[in-house]
Design a protein around this ligand. Structure first.
Ligand SMILES: Cc1cc2nc3c(=O)[nH]c(=O)nc-3n(C[C@H](O)[C@H](O)[C@H](O)COP(=O)(O)OP(=O)(O)OC[C@H]3O[C@@H](n4cnc5c(N)ncnc54)[C@H](O)[C@@H]3O)c2cc1C
Length: 409
């Protein structure tokens, strides 16, 4: 089969590689360099434990604080508050306990397969040296927030996640070089992280090409359904015909699904990072300051301080108030840090029920979707790619994909 994969972020790169492993003739399209968007600037964590949706019940109760407090990691792009409300209301409506439980179960099935989604690709692409197996470290400076997170530990532990609680006195035993302003910490055993997401994407592209895949740097303008059981795609340069198409264009997938007449509530949860030169004595693992929504990740090219959520579209414009917020948080944890070297904003592709969209389009059985991985797409890219490749090639998937189907909208 001739298959086109649209979008070469971590989801598209994984999908394209899995389709090649299943023996297909695959072309991967991206208008930018592969891995240069959300998949470039993330915190790099393979967060197998992240089965509590960000819109959990505690998010609902904390929402007034998140709206009003100057230390809140929730921002609205200037002038975009009203525009963000419809999505935000849907997001909040999913915070009820029964819904959170259901979402959590569905996320657990996907997250339990993170290793399975990547193992073969990492071996083939020789990626292990770009990964560190040190566990992710969550820290809380506020007792109230810690106590509210503790309820989630129980839910996580029931699904097999192993958590080691770290007392205030032990925090510097785990990470000696941070300012211990924290009340408590937790290590998520078995989690790991990428030391260089950009290089990992480059390696996955290289693997895809070595295995006979084609990459085209073109922008897809429209997908058209032909009545001959083929799909037509128009790019800024050409028109092509394929047997199957997989749309993996992250937050920009919505432009193409809107044109197909599918109304999917996909929006951008903007996230930021600042890159610092490594402090003289750095850290050995990602540290996530929970109530500030900031991750500190020791990348190969420096210390990355990133996270937060800013609602309000996909413009590349950087908000200075978010940069100041990240600087404040970083200087609190690393008081002697030098000035940051660069600033970045990227777009988490998010639907309000915190589940990705994986499966066939409602409009045509030859068009498949694989996007909407919100805060955990770096973790879920591999397995999502494997599952959609199985759906296309074998019509039989390792897990039931119905919970992730577009039919739910
Ligand atoms: C600050 C931040 C921290 C994060 N930390 C983590 C983390 O620690 N762990 C984790 O699991 N996840 C994390 N995430 C989330 C994760 O990065 C994303 O969910 C994931 O990268 C999404 O991958 P993607 O391939 O769907 O999208 P993208 O990486 O955005 O890729 C989409 C691609 O499609 C291309 N494209 C779009 N439209 C077109 C078109 N019309 N024609 C051709 N090409 C097109 C784009 O150029 C782009 O390359 C974080 C995100 C942010 C912003």
């Amino acid at each position: 089969m001739k298959v086109a994969v649209i979008g070469a972020g971590i989801v598209g790169l994984s999908t394209a590689n899995w389709l090649k492993r299943y023996g297909q003739d695959v072309t991967l399209f991206d208008r930018e360099d592969p891995g240069s968007q959300a998949s470039f600037g993330n915190a790099g964590t393979y967060a197998k434990y992240a089965n509590i949706p960000t819109n959990s019940s505690s998010f609902f109760y904390l929402f007034p604080y998140l709206l009003l407090n100057k230390n809140s990691p929730l921002f609205f792009k200037k002038g975009k508050f009203i525009q963000s409300l419809p999505w935000l209301m849907q997001y909040l409506s999913n915070c009820r306990q029964s819904k959170v439980r259901d979402t959590s179960n569905k996320l657990t099935t996907l997250l339990s397969l993170v290793d399975e989604g990547y193992e073969d690709l990492f071996n083939d692409a020789d990626i292990e040296n770009l990964i560190s197996r040190e566990s992710i470290f969550y820290v809380w400076s506020n007792k109230l927030f810690y106590n509210s997170a503790r309820k989630d530990f129980e839910t996580r532990e029931k699904t097999g996640v192993k958590i080691e609680i770290i007392s205030k006195n032990e925090i510097n035993d785990v990470e000696p070089n941070i300012n211990n302003i924290f009340y408590k910490g937790a290590l998520f055993k078995g989690s790991y992280f990428a030391k260089n997401p950009k290089k990992i994407s480059e390696k996955l592209l290289q693997l895809f090409i070595e295995k006979g895949g084609n990459f085209k740097k073109e922008k897809i303008e429209e997908i058209k359904i032909l009545d001959t059981n083929k799909v037509n795609i128009h790019t800024n340069e050409n028109t092509y015909i394929y047997d199957r198409i997989v749309l993996c264009a992250g937050v920009w997938s919505k432009k193409l699904t809107d044109k197909l007449g599918e109304n999917i509530p996909l929006a951008s949860e903007r996230g930021y990072h600042l890159m610092y030169p490594h402090p003289e004595n750095s850290i050995s693992r990602p540290i996530a300051w929970q109530e500030r929504g900031v991750y500190f990740t020791p990348m190969q090219d420096g210390l990355r301080a990133g996270g937060v959520v800013e609602l309000g579209g996909n413009s590349n414009e950087i908000s200075s108030k978010v940069v100041s917020y990240l600087k404040r948080a970083t200087e609190a944890v690393f008081p002697n840090i030098n000035n940051h070297l660069s600033e970045w904003v990227g777009f988490r592709p998010s639907v309000p029920d915190s589940l990705p969209v994986i499966g066939q389009s409602k409009k045509n059985p030859y068009i498949y979707y694989c996007f909407g991985h919100q805060h955990i797409g770096w973790s879920l890219g591999g397995i999502s790619g494997k599952l959609i490749a199985q759906e296309i090639c074998a019509n039989k998937t390792d897990i039931d994909l119905k919970p992730f189907s577009v039919e739910r909208f």
